[in-house]
Design a protein. Structure first.
Length: 161
């Protein structure tokens, strides 16, 4: 009832978009994308948030590969993550040799990235970063419909396995 009266906030649905992308839910991702565009959000702002999500998932994979994610498991709840895993990750944020932006994010952002990274391979995420660069260039330099370009990217990510 409250949502019907005051509506949804743009910020909430942007995070819904990135969550749907991380879950590989094509229906939710496309529906949320359309809702955000209907609200007037600029496609480049959405592109920025999508890129941030893919980058954080890729960085989570790097943390796993380096062994710096400690005893993290995707079944771990957030409270346990904060007590057992996050302190070690937080120390990485103070290490000048660590170039992983994810480690300086809010603990819940780090938790979600680590939890969702298991749905993707490192190679897939690297390919998606390349595809994002191509999509970004197409949005900025061609007359192609930005909505269609973003939809194509979301479908590619959500449907590939």
């Amino acid at each position: 009832d409250i949502e019907a009266v005051i509506g949804r906030t743009k910020e909430d649905t942007v995070f819904e978009l990135t969550a749907a992308l991380s879950r590989r839910s094509v229906t939710a991702a496309l529906g949320t994308l359309q809702e955000l565009l209907d609200q007037g959000l600029h496609p480049l702002m959405l592109m920025t948030m999508i890129t941030r999500e893919i980058r954080f998932l890729f960085q989570a994979k790097i943390l796993f590969a380096s062994g710096r994610a400690g005893s993290f498991s995707s079944e771990m709840d957030y409270g346990r993550f904060q007590k057992t895993v996050y302190p070690a990750i937080r120390k990485l944020a103070n290490d000048e040799t660590t170039a992983i932006a994810l480690v300086s994010q809010h603990p819940f952002v780090v938790y979600q990235a680590l939890k969702n990274a298991g749905r993707f391979t490192r190679e897939e995420l690297a390919d998606y970063l390349d595809l994002l660069a191509v999509t970004d260039l197409a949005i900025k330099t061609t007359g192609r419909d930005a909505r269609l370009l973003l939809e194509r990217f979301l479908i590619t990510v959500c449907k590939s396995r």
